[in-house]
Design a protein around this ligand. Structure first.
Ligand SMILES: *Cc1c(COP(=O)(O)O)cnc(C)c1O
Length: 389
């Protein structure tokens, strides 16, 4: 069965009914994305308590790092307290310094820009593309071509005089952006690329796991992500010295265990064992979650095939984790109507983030006009996407 092709309350009502059937819940609330603990979560958590290893040293932290390396093909993984901290450290280690500019996309969770601000650097928001919802390689290429110059092997913004120290694309809702092309552009200007893969654990692009293309990538294990440790994050890289530095800085830059010797200002960012235990138990179920989420996405896609509500499906060359399913409504008024109708019926749907350049603390940041981002931001809606228990 497919949806009617004109927009109206009845179309949205029928979509709401479809979501209820999809989740097998004729009544009651349907959350956007609730975690599912159907594996060894209890067992591994009890192991932490029984062993007394609940804090930032423990076997589960080591195992989590090994499992992430195996899943992604990355050489090294460092587990940290959350995805924001992972991004902060990755940017510092990539060499982002106070006063620098960092290119990113405005269509993202606020943490992407906050991590840049924690380095006392400034986000530069460039446009996204409709097909991937991610940073546009063409937008980055034309910004750099028009505005940058190379001095002593480093890239500078000719107008602001600031160094362009990094580029942070994000794989929106789990859909891989064209990261290979972004990497090529960045490489030709000597700009390191850090992937915000917080939402894309399990997503691949041209067969390679997201987060493994740039100098480093980060994941989040927050409660609403595809798998969760309550909180948590990880940094992956193929460079041994980058990984060594991530572990060092995340453990207070400790030189010596016995004598409280620290050689610089470090961070207390190491992931506690108790969170790692939960993440490990969740990772063991990732294949099952990915399969279920593809099934849910396929159902949405099929139902909305000829609808005025456009389902966002995985981009070319990509295999998405379909973390959060998204649809594009015809305009803001239609979006607001759809949000109101579904939420009144206790089906949790949610608009995309406000563009980061419109938030007060980032309102004076550089942008490139953001044509596509602007017309997407008021029309995108996320649909319930959790795995059924
Ligand atoms: C969730 C998320 C983060 C931050 O992760 P936390 O673990 O919540 O700190 C960063 N970037 C994006 C795009 C996210 O969705």
């Amino acid at each position: 069965m497919t949806a009617p092709s004109h927009c109206s309350d009845s179309l949205y009502g029928e979509l709401a009914d479809f979501i209820r059937r999809l989740y097998g819940r004729p009544e009651g609330g349907i959350p956007l994305h609730a975690p599912v603990f159907s594996g060894r979560e209890r067992e591994l958590l009890m192991d932490c308590i029984d062993s007394t290893y609940v804090s930032s040293v423990g076997a589960h932290v080591d195992r989590l790092e090994e499992m992430i390396c195996e899943l992604t093909g990355a050489g090294y993984c460092t587990a940290v307290v959350n995805g924001t901290a992972a991004l902060h450290l990755a940017l510092l280690i990539a060499g982002v310094r106070p006063g620098d500019e960092v290119i990113t996309q405005p269509l993202s969770f606020v943490a992407t820009a906050n991590a840049i601000a924690y380095c006392n650097a400034r986000p530069v928001f460039l446009d996204v593309e409709e097909r991937t919802l991610g940073l546009s390689p063409e937008a980055v290429a034309s910004f750099l071509q028009e505005q940058s110059e190379t001095r002593a092997g480093e890239c500078f913004n000719r107008k602001s005089g600031r160094r362009i120290a990094a580029c942070v694309p994000m794989h929106t809702f789990g859909h891989p952006c064209r990261v290979d092309e972004l990497l090529e552009v960045c490489r030709s200007y000597g700009i390191p690329l850090i992937e915000d893969a917080a939402e894309s654990l399990g997503s691949r692009y041209r067969g390679r796991h997201t987060g493994t293309f740039g100098l480093a990538g980060i994941f989040s294990f927050n409660g609403n992500k595809i798998i969760t440790g309550g909180g948590g994050g990880a940094i992956i890289t193929s460079q041994a010295d980058f990984a060594r530095r991530a572990k060092f800085l995340s453990t207070t830059a400790k030189v010596d265990n016995l004598f409280f010797d620290h050689s610089e200002i470090g961070y207390n960012y190491r992931m506690p064992n108790i969170n790692a235990a939960l993440v490990c138990a969740q990772l063991e179920q990732l294949d099952f979650f990915l399969k279920e989420k593809r099934r849910i996405a396929a159902s949405y896609g099929e139902y909305l095939q000829h609808s005025a509500v456009k389902f966002i499906s995985e981009p070319r060359h990509a295999r998405s984790n379909y973390w959060l399913n998204a649809v594009l409504l015809p305009d803001r008024a239609e979006r607001d109507g759809f949000l109101r109708l579904t939420n009144e019926r206790h089906i949790c749907t949610r608009p995309a983030w406000k563009l980061l350049n419109t938030l007060p603390m980032y309102a004076t940041c550089l942008t490139d006009g953001l044509q596509t981002a602007t017309q997407l931001a008021t029309r995108l809606v996320n649909l319930p996407s959790g795995v059924r228990r």
